[in-house]
Design a protein around this ligand. Structure first.
Ligand SMILES: C[S@@+](CC[C@H](N)C(=O)[O-])C[C@H]1O[C@@H](n2cnc3c(N)ncnc32)[C@H](O)[C@@H]1O
Length: 274
């Protein structure tokens, strides 16, 4: 990851009439890692912004698209190591926009999926600051594609659910009975550290021990690793493999299609240019 620059908020220059331009915040999805999965609009905004406020899970190739000389502010958000508390991130965005800066707030994946993008925009809306949202490829979609796991398939999955595995101590609020149902795919973000308890809950709520499941580490990027198994044996396999965050958990019979469809590893092994 490129070095980041922290500096006090500099107000934008005044125009010929002595007016300071009004700032705007572009909340932009950076996709799951591979920079080529970025939208055209995201690439264009990164090439034009004065300042980019970015999170931990933004691919290095995406940061390379930032305009030379633009300010980069890293605000972190690794689990249990928040570099800047959320209310300070909100206040920073307000300050930058008030100073007339053209701000890109860059978030991994899609900003409205487990990214607190909605909360940041609520603060901007309350402060009367203009904003727009640029969607990104969320990890579930990007990572599943690169793992060769179609999230739906007519033979075995008519629905797909995205849930967070970042479970609160003493009651997580997830509807385990609904998640354990057949003929669907459940994608769990931030589920690595809770994987044993996630599998145990699904089994306790009626999912068969043979239900297929996978964990994908650093999906869409060259170091991508995929461990597959069943609800019964996946936690042990993942521990043996030593997978590290960021990881996505995919539960459902669609995981078995990877045996035929694992194109990314095949492309990498054959050194086929993409
Ligand atoms: C805070 S959530 C942000 C999700 C993001 N807004 C999105 O739409 O993908 C971060 C989690 O997304 C998942 N994730 C993001 N990028 C990933 C990747 N390249 N490979 C595997 N999992 C990823 C992991 O579960 C990670 O802990």
């Amino acid at each position: 990851m490129k070095p980041t620059v922290r500096s006090p908020v500099e107000p934008a220059a005044v125009d010929a009439a002595g007016r300071r331009p009004v700032g705007r915040v572009h909340l932009v999805g950076a996709g799951p890692g591979d920079a080529e999965l970025l939208t055209l609009r995201a690439a264009r905004l990164l090439a034009a912004a004065d300042v980019v406020v970015h999170d931990h899970l933004v691919g290095p190739g995406v940061l390379d698209l930032i305009k030379p000389g633009a300010e980069r502010i890293y605000v972190g958000k690794e689990r249990s190591r928040h570099s800047l508390p959320q209310d300070e991130i909100n206040a920073l965005l307000v300050r930058l926009a008030r100073a007339g800066r053209d701000v890109v707030r860059l978030k991994g994946g899609d900003p409205f999926i487990f990214g607190r993008g909605g909360e940041e925009l609520q603060v901007l809306a309350a402060e009367g600051i203009a904003f727009e949202v640029v969607p990104g490829v969320t990890a579930a979609c990007g990572v599943a594609c690169f793992a060769g796991i179609p999230l739906t398939h007519r033979d075995c999955a008519q629905a797909v659910l995205f849930v967070t595995g970042h479970l609160k101590v003493g009651g997580d609020g997830l509807d385990w009975a609904a998640l354990a149902r057949p003929r669907q795919t459940v994608v769990i973000y931030m589920g690595l550290s809770e994987l044993p308890s996630i599998c145990a809950q699904l089994l306790a709520h009626g999912a068969p021990a043979t239900r297929a499941a996978a964990v994908v580490q650093q999906g869409t990027l060259p170091p991508q690793r995929v461990v597959t198994g069943t609800l019964a044996d996946l936690p042990g396999r993942v521990a043996d493999a030593g997978l590290q965050s960021p990881c996505l958990v995919i539960v459902g019979e669609v995981v078995r299609l990877r045996d035929e469809l694992a194109w990314f590893e095949a492309t990498r092994a054959a050194a086929v240019p993409r």
